[in-house]
Ligand binder design. Structure first.
Ligand code: DGU
Length: 468
């Protein structure tokens, strides 16, 4: 029997241990996609207690709490953070087998330095006091945590209409060295079928100083905002695509007609929705190429499935799951539409349903080239796949159907300042996998070669790929 989560956690061979401790552990973190609030980084938010920093916005934990039978008042309701924390302490021992159990203990270790204590109602009070005391010190404010965790860069997720005032503030603040770059999330501009589309046209128009009355106006407004994002250091776009659609580009007159129809509240056909969203996204893809940005596509979440709870607590609250519709055809059509004129940007594809892993791992191979290492990537296990089996399956597909050495590695995708240990979790697993190949004679015991590969996947590949 092995001790629970000691310094060799997940590392079962000598090679794996060497790879992790000598090459992976000290690599800086480039967290190129997350949902942290730039305002909280700009203001260097201080958290009042462990309940607040852990439970205020983390829908993974909320979902586990509900499953453990905790009532909503203690999850997203008006209970105090102390009460919510106590409910969380009851939940954690029931999470064995779920990454949340490992994450919780890793987070106590780093940054709090609390090890060898299992988190449970018995230990919760002592941990509460210890952590709350630390949270009063600057090293545990938002920026302090990022610094302690050796973060060099984070990519936040931002709407094209966002003023980016906080990014500007952070960039001009000489007391803080970590790069906080915006990422362009244009979903509301191309999801013509969504309820909020009309209101969003007004919002975007205001941000771009333009009255959006036709397709061309929309494109002009987006072009203006793209330049603003670029000037603020944006290196990446992120599209959240529930249903991947593609239809060959219609004429501008057709796109105008679709736009008008939507603004007049007249229903659109499936084909029209596909034509509009594909046209905007193809245009955007070309703009990313011009600016040297990376395009990330997160495909296949089924969101807000429980209508009653959506009405009660809103989106991103733990009521999403995997979709299971096939999308190889529209995805290939979309990538090809950009590639035909050699205007496909560097692209990272993520799927929420791992049944699509091999499809994505082979799809990326269709569009490599142009002298760019790993130009098209299959992204790390996303959301429900951000766990040992999910990450291993993604890494295996990339290794066997592509080149693992060129992979840009891990990202937290998180809303919490405490999630950086997810990089540690990923790195341990990566080293365990490669170490296993060496132990079984499937890869040479060339530590210099493998060490470089590990360093690349942990941080250097992403740094190069995004141009940070
Ligand atoms: O890991 C989970 C993610 O943060 C999830 O909440 C996001 O992917 C979000 O729904 C989004 O659309 O960007």
């Amino acid at each position: 029997m092995k001790p629970f989560m000691n310094e060799d956690f997940l590392l079962t061979s000598e090679t794996a241990r060497r790879l992790y401790h000598e090459y992976a552990a000290d690599q800086p973190i480039y967290d190129y996609h997350c949902h942290l609030s730039p305002k909280e980084i700009a203001e260097n938010r201080q958290f009042s207690d462990l309940g607040e920093i852990w439970l205020e916005g983390d829908h993974y934990k909320w979902r586990a709490m509900r499953t453990a039978g905790i009532e909503e008042r203690l999850v997203t309701g008006n209970a105090s953070f102390k009460e919510k924390y106590q409910a969380w302490a009851k939940t954690v021992p029931q999470c064995i087998g779920n990454p949340i159990y490992h994450w919780t203990h890793l987070e106590l270790r780093r940054p709090f330095g609390i090890s060898n204590i299992l988190f449970s109602p018995k230990t919760a009070d002592a941990i509460w006091d210890q952590c709350n005391e630390m949270l009063q010190q600057p090293a545990f404010f938002a920026r302090g945590i990022m610094e302690q965790m050796n973060v060099k860069m984070v990519g936040t997720t931002d709407d094209p209409a966002d003023s980016l005032e906080h990014h500007k503030f952070i960039a001009n603040d000489s007391t803080f060295d970590i790069a906080v770059t915006p990422s362009w999330r244009p979903d509301r501009a191309f999801k013509v079928d969504h309820v909020g589309f009309k209101d969003y046209m007004e919002k975007l128009g205001k941000a771009a100083n333009k009255n959006i009355t036709c397709y061309r106006d929309l494109i002009d407004a987006l072009a203006q905002r793209l330049d603003v994002f670029d000037a603020h250091g944006c290196r990446s776009a992120d599209h959240g695509i529930e249903i991947m659609r593609f239809a060959k580009e219609p004429s501008e007159a057709d796109l105008d007609a679709i736009f008008r129809q939507r603004m007049d509240d007249k229903p659109l056909s499936e084909l029209q929705i596909a034509q509009f969203s594909a046209a905007v996204q193809v245009w955007l893809g070309k703009e990313y190429t011009k600016r040297g940005w990376v395009m990330q596509l997160h495909i296949g979440a089924r969101r807000n499935n429980a209508t009653r709870m959506f009405k009660l607590v809103g989106g991103d609250s733990g009521f999403d799951s995997m979709d299971d519709r096939a999308f190889a055809e529209p995805l290939a059509g979309f990538l090809d539409a950009l590639d035909q004129t050699d205007e496909l940007p560097k692209t990272i594809l993520y799927c929420l349903n791992p049944m699509h892993n091999e499809m994505l791992a082979t799809m990326i191979g269709n569009f490599q080239g142009g002298g760019v290492a790993g130009k098209v990537q299959f992204g790390s296990g996303w959301w429900f796949n951000d766990q040992l089996d999910g990450m291993q399956r993604q890494l295996t597909s990339v290794a066997q159907m592509g080149l693992l050495s060129q992979f840009v590695g891990m990202l937290t995708d998180s809303r919490s300042f405490l999630s950086y240990t997810r990089h540690e979790y990923f790195r341990r697993l990566l080293c365990e996998m490669i170490g296993g190949w060496v132990e079984r004679g499937e890869a040479p015991a060339d530590m210099a070669l493998l060490g470089e590969m590990v360093k690349g996947i942990c941080s250097e590949n992403a740094k190069k790929y995004f141009g940070f």
